[in-house]
Write a protein that binds this ligand. Sequence first.
Ligand code: SF4
Length: 334
Amino acid sequence: MNGGAVNLLEVDDLVKHFPIQEGAVLRRTVGQVRAVDGVSLTLAPGETLGLVGETGCGKSTLARCIAGLHPVTSGKVTFDGQDITNLSRSAMRPFRRDIQVMFQDPYGSLNPRRRVGSIIADPLVIHGVGTAKERRRAVAELMERVGLNPEHYNRFPAEFSGGQRQRIGVARALALKPRLIICDEPVSALDVSIQAQILNLLKDLQDDFGLTYLFIAHDLSVVRHVSDRIAVMYLGRVAELAEADELYDHPRHPYSDALLSATAVADPDVADRRGRVVLTGDVPSPIDPPSGCRFHPRCPRAQEVCSVREPVLEGAAHLTACHFPIGPGEGAPR
Ligand code: SF4
């Protein structure tokens, strides 16, 4: 550990392009999918950063690059003061204990033919932690901590509900006592009532273990109550980044405003008062993103310059990449 590091995680101008290749024998690259195209962000110890955007905006690819599951095209990932960009498998191994990923699908991410106790114990086995007896005890404690009955150690995933399966995923992610957990849409596949239980569990665990979360979701309402700050991504770039309440109350980027206006509101009076910004057109392809501001073909505030000049993400605490950001009193009513 580097005690001098202020941020636990720093991502600097990260780019991840996937080549598109043609030809059965002589493969040649004919284009690039620009999944992540110059993203910078930081995470302080104990902080939760929500990362939000529509499907295909690059948020999951970014998460995988940070976790070392994808090599990056360019840019830098620093964890606890150490450069972990494109490390070899063996060099990355010590960091894998500290950086865990929790996936979206509690059904697909658990092997249906294995007992949950051994699934949760996997990280301990892989990293050679403890004896078999110690691992069994550790798994029982983890199951209890995440709200599962340790007596269900020998059951199979199919014997658990969706929410319980996500608790299994949480227990597995916690097994190595990580410092950073990348939660990749951890509640998207769950009913709303179950979502709240898992979100509360993650919050409790954060308080108990001092965890740092990168929390990915496509729905702004999911991340609001768990995030300290929120970054909104659009087509491989960060469009806006601010404290959670500030972003909800005063969104400056038209894309954030549109996402917020589509967010479900529990109070019907508020829902009635609220206007709705309807985005027109499809999300453009990351193979050939629009010139200038990538959001300009769908933006209700776009002007001529928007299709020519790309806006820079700028600001002090509230960063926005927009030539004509929304000012106080503008935007969808809330
Ligand atoms: Fe809309 Fe222009 Fe701002 Fe892009 S730069 S979000 S097109 S107003």
